[in-house]
Design a protein around this ligand. Structure first.
Ligand code: COA
Ligand code: AMP
Length: 641
């Protein structure tokens, strides 16, 4: 439909109303939530550029996710299924009544450790049911959880401890990566040693795969504490109170604490389940992600439960646990109707089982749709998934900051034609526009900075934790009146959006968001490194992979290869294995502009064997030949073809 046509479908009607009458639109959506006290105002716009939703309302997120279903006819329905191929096919189903009981009990454990409304609790756990139980227990108490992904190293955890200042940390003795046991206690102890802030207590889930080494006086055994705990009731919170903080990569090693509130978050997520994913209460919805990422927060822990669905906590990989049929097994065994994951997971499956032969072993008839997000969905992967699964494969675009999709084919409203490379149109609530460097709208089809006109819809971040100034500086100042997504792209004449690249130094590795600046900060600390740069190069499996360039101090006697090995290890130790930083090269010099800016974009184009122009301001063009030659030794640049 072009602008000016009569509105022809439910999406157009919903979208237009959400932009013209956001208060009416979201007030209607909010009827789906049980409130303790209604709001005074749907949208408080008295302090732009800061906005708050459902001001004056009181509620409890855990009540809406569990109690109202447990007491409202879904008590015996499966709420959460834990499925763990890495622990010998362990499976456990929690009904809504059982999950409510476990969560209330664990809330009692936290309360016994002194956790009250507003206190922060860090959750550093593998993909076990207890991770979701801990999140919901915090929500029950009005405590603010901050989940830290298990693939981050001690230093990253320490940075988050010092920022969030948790009263309690909840962790486990180990995680399991396919068949490798990752001991968590050394990582946790290391982080607490490094951090200035010390938590009062750590509640540790003992897993049989790793020995328990509790610290006297600090550590509390999860099982023991549950045995004597008193269940806790839901605590009343304001809709605008924080539910959680989720740290995400910024342009430096200092992560940004994205805050999510209670009321707006519930309203948007509940609305999204039917209108975007076209899922009904009672169906099984599976997000194959990790609770450490925003997808895990929104679509493993909260949205499916708010909607009365069954959610799946899967402790395994798309391949290797035990094979490339793992996803099909989970879908058929638990009758999943809608699945959500990152394209990289499908690339991994496609690589191992290109013909999808393993699909024949499973009954996939219950699957209605596949949603993908977290990185660009390449057309090959899209077509492969469509061809093999024979269901709509929907690319949708979102960010940690937004908490739900900014753009999607909203299947519950209207299924538009799929155009490869585009996450379709802006979701209702999001006034997405493309601006040039001067903040002027660009013509349809032209590339520019993708921004969203304020106010953002419910569930989008109201601020960064204790850093309103940084929130303003990073997201709101560049284009006054708009939220800057830091993605570049375009909107065509039909309203289809394309996301082309980040405008900052963020790269996307296996659907994980990482800062090259953060990696450079680590590399720069190597005693022999004078200067460095990290770029993201295209990778067929993970989308992008980081590659480091190291310029050594004059007079360094150590072998370059040894320095590279040490540098790789440093990034693994400081940021974590998830950075997937395994490649670095020693070079004589880095290409720069005359003003000293490193030409990372040009280096990236050379690595990816893409067309590039000699930058007019380059200091010394010969350096690019040296970079090209170095990249070829790693199999990039010309060596790709
Ligand atoms: N705890 C400890 N280590 C972890 C970890 C965790 N929770 N998650 C990942 N790691 C480790 C991996 O074991 C790997 O270690 P290695 O370098 O010793 O091999 C490293 O971090 C990199 O992990 P990853 O990039 O995930 O690569 P992989 O080769 O293990 O798996 C895929 C590749 C594609 C199978 C995997 O990335 C995947 O399943 N992705 C799904 C998408 C997803 O979850 N996206 C999240 C947003 S929706
Ligand atoms: P994260 O905050 O980890 O969810 O990462 C958000 C970033 O991932 C976005 O800013 C985009 O750069 C990228 N991204 C997420 N979804 C998509 C998508 N569907 N297509 C292209 N890029 C995406």
């Amino acid at each position: 439909m072009t602008i000016g046509d009569a509105m022809s479908n439910a999406y157009d009607v919903a979208y237009q109303r959400s932009i013209e009458d956001p208060e009416g639109f979201w007030a209607d959506a909010a009827q789906e939530i049980d409130w303790i006290t209604p709001w005074d105002k749907v949208l408080d716009d008295s302090n732009p550029p800061f906005y708050r939703w459902f001001v004056g309302a009181e509620c409890n997120t855990c009540y809406n996710a569990l109690d109202r279903h447990a007491d409202g006819g879904r008590g015996d329905q499966a709420a959460l299924i834990y499925d763990s191929p890495v622990t010998g096919d362990t499976k456990r189903t929690y009904t809504y009544s059982e999950l409510r009981y476990e969560v209330a009990l664990f809330a009692g454990v936290l309360r016994a450790q002194g956790v009250e409304k507003g206190d922060r609790v860090i959750i550093y756990m593998p993909m076990v049911a207890e991770a979701v139980i801990a999140m919901l227990a915090c929500a029950r108490l009005g405590a603010v959880h901050s989940v830290v992904f298990g693939g981050f190293a001690s230093n990253e955890l320490a940075v988050r401890i010092d920022d969030a200042k948790p009263k309690v940390i909840v962790s486990a003795t180990c995680g399991i990566e396919v068949n490798r046991v990752i001991e968590y206690m050394p990582l946790l102890n290391g982080a607490i040693d490094m951090a200035t802030h010390k938590p009062e207590k750590c509640v540790i889930l003992a897993r049989p795969q790793a020995e328990v080494a509790m610290k006297d006086g600090r550590d509390v055994d999860w099982g023991g504490a549950m045995a004597t705990a008193e269940p806790a009731e839901c605590v009343i919170v304001a809709a605008t109170d924080p539910l959680y903080i989720l740290y995400t990569s910024g342009t430096t090693g200092q992560p940004k604490g994205v805050v999510r509130d209670n009321g707006g978050h519930m309203v948007a997520l509940k609305w999204s389940m039917k209108n975007i994913y076209d899922v009904d209460p009672g169906e099984a919805y599976w997000a194959a992600s990790d609770v450490g990422w925003v997808v895990g927060h929104s679509y493993i822990a909260y949205a499916p439960l708010l909607h009365g669905c069954t959610t799946i906590v899967y402790e395994g990989k798309p391949v290797g646990t035990p094979d490339a049929g793992a996803f099909w097994r989970v879908i058929s065994e638990h009758n999943v109707s809608c699945m959500f994951t990152a394209p990289t997971a499908f690339r991994a499956i496609k690589r191992e089982d290109p013909n999808g032969a393993l699909l024949a072993e499973y009954d996939m008839s219950g699957l209605k749709s596949l949603f993908l997000a977290g990185e660009r969905l390449d057309p090959d992967t899209l077509h492969w998934a469509e061809d093999k699964l024979k269901v709509p494969v929907i690319d949708h675009w979102w960010q940690t900051e937004t908490g739900w999709a900014i753009a999607s084919n909203c299947l519950g409203l209207h299924a538009f034609d799929i155009r490869p490379g585009s996450p379709t149109k802006a979701a209702p609530g999001w006034d997405v526009q493309v601006l040039d460097d001067n903040g002027q709208p660009v013509p349809a089809g032209d590339i520019g900075a993708i921004v969203v006109k304020l106010p953002l819809p419910p569930s989008a971040l109201p601020t960064l934790y204790q850093r309103q100034d940084l929130f303003r500086e990073k997201y709101l100042d560049q284009f006054p009146g708009y939220y800057c997504t830091a993605d570049a792209g375009m909107i065509d004449a039909d309203g289809y959006i394309s996301i082309m690249a980040r405008t900052d130094d963020i790269i996307n590795v296996a659907g994980h968001r990482l800062s090259t600046g953060g990696m450079e900060e680590v590399l720069a600390e190597h005693v022999d490194v004078a200067e460095c740069a990290v770029i993201g190069v295209d990778d067929q499996l993970k989308g992008q992979l980081p590659v480091g360039f190291l310029v050594l101090n004059a007079g360094t006697t150590k072998a370059g290869d040894d320095i590279v090995d040490e540098a790789v290890q440093m990034v693994r130790d400081r940021i974590g294995p998830v950075a997937a930083f395994k490649q670095a090269i020693v070079v004589e010099r880095l290409p720069k502009t005359r003003s000293g800016k490193i030409l990372r974009g040009t280096m990236q184009a050379i690595a990816d064997n893409k067309e590039w122009k000699m930058p007019a301001t380059i200091d010394d063009p010969v350096i690019l030949d040296e970079i090209d030659a170095a990249l070829q030794t790693l199999g990039y640049s010309d060596a790709r073809s």
